[in-house]
Design a binder for this molecule. Structure first.
Ligand SMILES: Cc1ncc(C[n+]2csc(CCOP(=O)(O)OP(=O)(O)O)c2C)c(N)n1
Ligand SMILES: [Mg+2]
Length: 409
């Protein structure tokens, strides 16, 4: 008899009390990976889907063909925005623990991905983010932090009127499409939006966001087919932060291949990039944006990063991975790495870092104080129940009017 068949079930090397062997990441040295011309054929990016585009080395030097001449002022803006995002997350996490809001999700360790891409896109472009791209909003100066916190607190000034989970923002004017809790829908929506932009003869592009785990949804694959066939003007971001709640990225199909490889397989130009390297994120985003804007079609970018915090305030990662895993993650901390680079080129200092940290903490605290004046979940100042009947139809139909009366609101 032949030997009995068995299935392979991927298992992470690290578990609570056992260190992760990060050699599975397959890193390339900084500066080593080539930069193809912006009009490269998708099949000519095959090697880039399995290597790792990196610019910053461990000493903070910018190396290789992806190291662009970037104005130091822009990099300082990027560092500030990442610091602000981290401070914002830390304060909101505490507010959730104080029961002022029902739920919160941090992007700790992943700040560079949203912030650098926000700086690489143009006004009018539309992002279809997940719940971990708050950096897209916090990198801008036209989104009021007070309003963002009101949404988190589900208070009387919540622009979503309590109809969305906290963190599920919506800012059309800032190119930030309403967040869907249904994973992977972002990809098909962004490809559709990009196709519509092309059908209208517009010049705006779309940017789609998805996590490693959510790529296992069929929407991901459908979006890749449409994007490839019609050469939709879209950036397809796959944020591989190694975890999908408690499921390791191998379970979604990251073992012995890459998520970027899926793109090349579908005829889409694809890059695998160090997501904790601000300069690499900025350069790769610009490359992809230029392709999209020049009718050269979509680009899939897999960002390698690490979800340093819990999945959400409802999660306890110490149950399924080593508690100190992030400290051993070989791509480090995006804020520390950009700070080191800026100090190295004489555009930042330890003193300035400390001063900006204090300034931003004061800014976030002031915004939180003001937002709390309009109520928190703890003090019951939540939107009126009457609001759930509004905005459903242009004119309220009779049956809803009756139901509202029955509720007495
Ligand atoms: C279609 C769908 N399935 C399952 C869930 C529940 N869920 C919410 S977040 C999550 C994990 C997502 O992991 P990943 O895509 O890697 O993104 P990350 O949270 O790591 O940023 C799951 C399973 C959901 N919201 N939608
Ligand atoms: Mg993930």
């Amino acid at each position: 008899m032949n030997q009995p068949l068995h299935l392979h079930v991927p298992e992470p090397s690290g578990r609570p009390g056992r260190h992760t062997d990060f050699s599975y990441l397959r890193l390339s040295p900084a500066g080593e990976v080539r930069r193809p011309p912006v009009d490269a054929r998708p099949s000519h990016t095959n090697d880039l889907a399995y290597a790792l585009v990196r610019v910053l080395d461990d000493e903070g030097r910018a190396l290789g063909p992806w190291a662009e001449a970037i104005d130091a002022q822009l990099l300082r803006r990027g560092l500030r925005a990442m610091m602000k995002t981290r401070i914002f997350d830390a304060r909101m996490l505490i507010a959730q623990r104080q029961k002022k809001m029902s739920f919160y999700m941090q992007c700790l360790g992943e700040e560079a991905i949203a912030v650098a891409q926000a700086l690489a896109l143009a006004p009018g472009d539309m992002c279809f983010p997940t719940y971990r791209q708050q950096g897209l909003l916090l990198a801008r100066d036209d989104v009021d932090m007070v309003e963002m916190i009101c949404q988190l607190l589900s208070n009387e000034r919540d622009p979503m009127k309590g109809r969305q989970l906290p963190v599920m923002y919506s800012y059309k004017r800032a190119g930030f499409f309403s967040i869907s809790g249904n994973l992977a829908t972002q990809f098909i929506q962004a490809v559709g939006w990009g196709m519509a932009s092309a059908i209208k003869g517009d010049s705006k592009i779309a940017s789609a966001w998805i996590g490693d785990g959510a790529t296992a949804e069929s929407d991901f694959h459908t979006a890749l087919t449409f994007a490839h066939v019609y050469r939709a003007p879209v950036i397809l971001n796959v944020v591989n932060n190694q975890w999908a709640i408690s499921a390791f990225q191998d379970i979604a199909g990251g073992e012995s291949t890459t998520f970027a490889g899926r793109g090349v397989g579908c005829g889409i130009a694809s890059l695998r990039v160090d997501g904790n390297d601000f300069l690499a994120v900025y350069a790769a985003s610009r490359w992809a944006a230029e392709r999209a804007r020049s009718n050269l079609g979509p680009t899939l970018i897999e960002w390698i990063t690490y979800r340093a915090g819990p999945h959400s305030t409802s999660d306890d990662p110490s149950k399924y991975r080593p508690a100190d895993d992030w400290a051993h993650f070989p791509l480090g901390d995006p804020i520390a790495r950009l700070k080191q680079h800026l100090i190295r080129i004489g555009a930042w200092s330890e003193e300035e870092h400390e001063r900006v940290q204090k300034e931003l903490e004061a800014e976030v605290i002031a915004a939180q104080k003001e937002a709390e004046r309009y109520g928190t979940l703890a003090d019951g100042h939540i939107p009126s129940a009457a609001a759930m009947f509004e905005d459903v139809y242009k004119d309220m139909p009779e049956h809803l009017r009756r139901q509202r009366q029955e509720l007495g609101v």
